[in-house]
Ligand binder design. Structure first.
Ligand code: HEC
Length: 115
């Protein structure tokens, strides 16, 4: 009888360990966390960038570059958003935004250009 009890307990332990391993750890705690493709660039723009660049990118506070007239390429923009401007006026966002967000913001600034 005792032998069966031990087997039963072992079976329970095996079940407890085997199940549930594909439940993503963060799924229930961070439901609003955007996945890479759903980055809301406009929202980030309004929160992080508007103070200097303005809603349409041409405000120029603190000497901010006019993004409607900028001819800089995507790589340049990714770099300046990540590391800040050389003159130290533009904030470095490398610690605030992740790489996908930085790229999305660089692309967003490309779209501010006047046609
Ligand atoms: C504190 C003010 C400030 C904030 C906030 C700011 N910028 Fe800037 N930004 C600047 C300044 C100043 C320059 C010009 C730097 C230079 O002349 O080297 C600039 C330049 C740029 C450029 C390069 C354009 C060019 O033609 O040189 C891009 C792209 C850019 N900013 C994007 C952003 C984005 C995206 C954000 C928000 C995530 C942001 N900036 C937030 C001040 C700011």
């Amino acid at each position: 009888m005792q032998k069966f009890t031990i087997l039963f307990v072992l079976a329970l332990i095996a079940l407890a360990c085997g199940g549930g391993e594909d439940i993503p750890a963060e799924s229930s705690t961070t439901p609003d966390k955007p996945v890479a493709k759903e980055i809301n660039a406009k929202k980030i723009w309004k929160v992080r960038c508007i103070a200097c660049h303005g809603l349409y990118g041409d405000m120029g506070t603190n000497g901010a570059a006019n993004l409607q007239e900028s001819t800089k390429d995507l790589d340049y923009r990714i770099n300046i958003i990540k590391n800040g401007s050389e003159n130290g006026i533009m904030t470095a966002f490398g610690e605030i935004l992740n790489d996908d967000e930085i790229k999305a913001m660089a692309e967003y600034t490309m779209d501010l250009k006047k046609d």
